[in-house]
Design a protein around this ligand. Structure first.
Ligand code: MG
Length: 263
């Protein structure tokens, strides 16, 4: 009997460790025709390819609207532009007056959640960006959680953040059991577990240097997500390490490699 129990435990552990790596589209599936980072189309395209989730970033405008946009500035630094604005210092109207690369206007969180609701199979991973004061950070965390509740999406939304205070506020205000992962890469899995969070979501180079953190985190029941993994060699490394999620700008390529390399 004892032997059987030990065998069952070993089998369960092996199964847990060999669970398939899942794909998250970084800022939506934006590297495809007609799409752009953090656009409505990027979310819709991500929903069409059968991946685990679509990531987006949220910021609070000067007039208190939660918008889906990456950086402090709009357009973000990768886009050539002479009249860049700072999102958190601008109104919604100002933010939407500069169009995204695919011609869309900057989406609001409301629009994003309405679209998320249309496809229950695809999770929305919301990154709450750092803001200038703790008050602003509490405001956007609270506002986001309330909106998610309003749309009945509590089981379809997960959160990530760089700033420990934002993670702490998410933990305090989101329903018990909501996935919250820490992005900044400077804390070991034991510390992140101690913060009461559900996972680490670290930059590829951090985990490449500290691959032990992957299994250490998983043994503690934390999920392991890696960003932003775009070339084949790095993607294959992540799959072979058994990470839980790969966040990428090329989600269909990662899907192909998972089929090929997952043991
Ligand atoms: Mg992000």
């Amino acid at each position: 009997m004892k032997k059987f129990i030990l065998f069952a435990i070993a089998l369960t552990a092996t199964m847990a460790l060999s669970a398939e790596t899942k794909v998250i589209a970084h800022r939506g599936f934006h590297t495809t025709e007609g799409s752009a980072r953090n656009s409505m189309v990027a979310l819709q395209k991500a929903q069409q390819i059968g991946i685990y989730g679509s990531e987006c970033d949220v910021n609070l405008t000067k007039d208190g609207v939660i918008v889906v946009a990456h950086g402090g500035s709009h357009p973000d630094k990768m886009v050539k532009c002479d009249n860049r604005i700072t999102i958190q210092k601008s109104t919604l109207e100002q933010c939407q007056s500069i169009l995204l690369e695919n011609g869309e206007k900057m989406p609001t969180l409301d629009e994003y959640l309405a679209q998320t609701k249309k496809d229950p199979k695809t999770k929305l991973i919301i990154e709450i960006k750092s803001h200038t004061t703790p008050q602003k950070e509490t405001e956007i965390v609270e506002g986001t959680i309330n909106k998610v509740k309003e749309y009945g999406l509590e089981n379809q939304v997960e959160y990530i953040a760089f700033r420990p205070f934002v993670c702490q506020e998410l933990k305090r205000l989101a329903p018990e059991g909501t996935p919250i992962a820490y992005l900044n890469g400077d804390y070991d899995p034991t510390y992140v577990k101690g913060m009461g969070l559900s996972g680490i979501d670290y930059k590829f180079n951090v985990l490449k240097k500290k691959p032990k953190w992957i299994k250490q985190a998983q043994k503690k029941g934390l999920t392991v997500n890696v960003w932003t993994v775009n070339n084949d060699e790095d993607i294959i490394w992540c799959i072979e390490q058994g990470v839980d999620y790969i966040t990428t700008d090329y989600p269909t390529r990662v899907q192909e490699l998972i089929k090929q390399y997952q043991k």
